[in-house]
Write a protein that binds this ligand. Structure first.
Ligand SMILES: O=C([O-])CC(=O)C(=O)O
Length: 156
């Protein structure tokens, strides 16, 4: 799916948009994506991420605050494939993924800090659909998020 917008044009039209200052990597097969925010906060445990991306996404973007940990991956190609199947537009991770080559082939927006082959635990600890904050931006559930090669913009 091609989405026609650029974050630079959107910002010029509305300077009240929040802009993520973290230099996240564009790791998915869809470089440009947008949708309403859903959130998860977790630490080295991706049980909630797996369950959520295996449920209907309805075009939303899942924002995962993993506290910036690069010690283990919060998503791999199987979970990312489930996200495609369930209609998620993208995933933004303040943390790491794995299977980067396979994830790059999927029709899914993926922004993350980096990669690590080590997987996370699956206990399901964490919080869901709460405001999360990183890169100078507050991500509130329901706010519209726009992401492209230049960065990520989020409504206040
Ligand atoms: O199960 C995990 O933690 C991540 C993974 O490898 C996958 O999604 O393929």
């Amino acid at each position: 799916m091609t989405v026609e917008f650029t974050t630079c044009d959107l910002y010029d039209a509305d300077e009240s948009l929040q802009s993520v200052s973290l230099q996240m990597q564009n790791l998915g097969g869809r470089a440009r994506f947008r949708g309403p925010v859903r959130t998860i906060r977790c630490f080295r445990d991706n049980g909630l991420v797996k369950a959520t991306l295996n449920s209907p996404g309805d075009g939303a973007v899942l924002v995962i605050d993993g506290d910036g940990s690069l010690e283990s991956a919060l998503m791999g190609d199987m979970i990312a494939e489930a996200a495609v199947t369930h209609g998620w537009a993208g995933v933004v991770i303040n943390g790491a993924i794995r299977d980067r080559v396979a994830v790059a082939q999927l029709d899914l927006g993926v922004k993350a800090l980096g990669t690590n082959p080590r997987k996370s635990s699956k206990e399901g600890t964490g919080d869901q659909d709460v405001p999360v904050e990183f890169g100078g931006v507050v991500f509130r559930p329901g706010a519209l998020l726009h992401s492209d090669e230049d960065g990520i913009l989020v409504e206040r």
